[in-house]
Design a protein around this ligand. Structure first.
Ligand SMILES: Nc1ncnc2c1ncn2[C@@H]1O[C@H](COP(=O)(O)OP(=O)(O)OP(=O)(O)O)[C@@H](O)[C@H]1O
Length: 487
């Protein structure tokens, strides 16, 4: 009876108007303000909703007892979220924020090209009115950044490679990807510790350098050239870099790219926070045969605009300028926070344009195994620390390691073979190192001898030429009767 009476006395319009008025009065006197962040914004997914969910899942102060657990595709860990009407209190720069998760049934399915879920989900953020500016200017950005970081940490790294002949996959993407599970880290990488910490500090500065790059007007990217003999750990270093920074890897197979514009398109489809790798750059495109023309042309307009072809391998017409634009030009700045890594076994074969200052920011020489690197390999493969080995043995190893010029790959082979018997592994390695050092010495001596013989022959030839020229001159002068010149 009351309800009927109420409905008759208060028609719907009046009821809505009074609720609106009540809300207004409530808001007027309340010291809080509220923000709704719904899962679907119109028909599009609201990025902020996903970010908040991820961000809050990293917080331990959830009051509810029922949590929703999820594991995303390609993710190696679980994330949990708030259930319906659960609350969480967060603190940002001394300001308290109250988050509530709401789930309501969608009233009626409105017409949409995309089917909408039956439930309407969202978060309500409650904060004090006086903190509104702070929250809106920095808190939401902070949440987005944090969520991206969590997503990257939880998700498997991906290793991309460009499809054959630039073909596109079913999603129209030129890159194919697989989860990247390379276990190499800077801890397992055997190289000089000083050089290693230099590289790590450089990477850290780069990853934290957003403000620096913005302030100096530089594109947020960095180039590394890794060079050295095969088996010294260039690929392992790239994997360690990716694992250290949590970046994806784009392994660019240049021989599969036909033109400069294809190269540009590939670049456009790479994401931020990634390492773009071109391995064995000296073999990828013909950089040697081009040298003659490059000397005169690579700074010429044709080369600069990409028409001067340097590739002489079939239909491949990538130019040096195309490659340089890829790393350096305007296109290299689409997206940000990207690292370019080139590797080569023969740095001397590379064009000076690629090595010029500013092109590749850091040249890293991956050398034969040194003594400190050997100690890292002992720890990795045999679990032996320096103190576990006799001093005399260590001295012998230290004396012979540089002369042996063995790569970490060669040494790890010896250690893997005997890893069950640690002492035997070390003594066999010592024998292998000594043999190699001896061989190197013999080869060195032979080379020196052949150089000496060649030098002697050259000197002899030069002397003969000088004598012949002298005799000819003398003959000419005596024919002309030039006394002064004869003397
Ligand atoms: N510096 C290193 N530290 C640890 N392991 C190494 C190192 N160098 C090589 N290895 C081992 O040797 C193997 C081959 O190394 P890697 O492929 O990284 O060498 P590379 O220099 O890239 O060789 P290439 O020039 O032939 O591609 C790796 O599986 C790794 O286990």
């Amino acid at each position: 009876f009351c309800q009927t009476l109420l409905h008759t006395v208060f028609p719907p319009e009046l009821r809505f108007a009074s609720i609106k008025l009540f809300n207004k009065i409530f808001n007027w006197f309340s010291s809080y303000c509220y923000f709704d962040i719904t899962e679907i914004d119109g028909v599009n997914t609201n990025e902020l909703y996903n970010a908040v969910q991820l961000y809050l899942s990293s917080s331990a102060r959830i009051t509810g007892t029922r949590l929703s657990l999820t594991r995303a595709l390609n993710s190696s860990s679980f994330t949990f979220g708030l259930s319906n009407n659960d609350c969480i209190i967060d603190n940002f720069n001394g300001v308290t924020a109250w988050w509530e998760h709401f789930v309501t049934q969608r009233q009626s399915q409105t017409f949409s090209w995309r089917p909408l879920p039956d439930e309407k989900r969202g978060f309500t953020l409650k904060i004090e009115k006086k903190n509104k500016t702070l929250i809106l200017t920095s808190y939401l950005d902070y949440i987005m950044d944090k969520a991206n970081e969590i997503r990257r940490r939880n998700q498997d790294r991906l290793l991309y490679t460009n499809s054959r002949g630039g073909s596109l996959d079913s999603r129209g993407h030129p890159w194919e990807s697989v989860p990247f599970k390379h276990p190499s880290t800077f801890d397992t990488l055997a190289m000089d510790p000083v050089k290693k910490s230099e590289v790590m500090a450089d990477l850290k500065d780069f990853a934290d350098g957003k403000m620096f790059y913005q302030k100096t007007g530089r594109a947020w990217k960095r180039g590394y050239l890794l060079y050295g003999p095969p088996g010294t750990g260039k690929s392992s270093m790239i994997a360690a870099m990716a694992n250290y920074l949590g970046y994806d890897i784009y392994d660019l197979e240049l021989t599969e790219v036909n033109t400069n514009s294809e190269l540009r398109k590939l670049l456009m489809k790479t994401t931020s926070k990634s390492i773009i790798v071109i391995e064995d750059i000296d073999c990828s495109i013909n950089l040697t045969n081009r040298k003659k023309s490059t000397r005169t042309h690579y700074d010429s307009p044709e080369m600069r605009n990409g028409s001067g072809s340097i590739g002489e391998d079939g239909g491949n017409s990538i130019t040096l300028s195309g490659l340089l634009n890829f790393t350096d030009g305007l296109w290299s700045c689409c997206g940000s926070e990207r690292i370019f890594v080139f590797t080569t076994n023969h740095i001397e074969k590379l064009d000076p344009a690629l090595l010029r200052c500013g092109r590749m920011d850091m040249h890293i020489f991956m050398s034969y195994c040194s003594y400190p690197a050997l100690l890292i390999l002992f720890k990795n493969y045999l679990g032996l620390e320096k103190d576990d080995l006799e001093e005399g043995l260590l001295k012998e190893l230290e004396d012979v390691i540089d002369k042996a010029q063995m790569t970490p790959a060669d040494i790890s082979e010896v250690l893997i073979k005997n890893r069950r018997e640690k002492q035997k592994a070390v003594s066999e390695l010592l024998v292998a190192l000594k043999n190699r050092a001896e061989k190197n010495q013999i080869v060195g001596l032979r080379e020196k001898n052949s150089v000496n013989v060649e030098e002697e022959e050259q000197e002899k030839r030069a002397l003969e030429t000088t004598t012949e020229e002298g005799c000819e001159l003398l003959e000419k002068c005596s024919n002309g009767g030039d006394e002064e010149k004869i003397n």
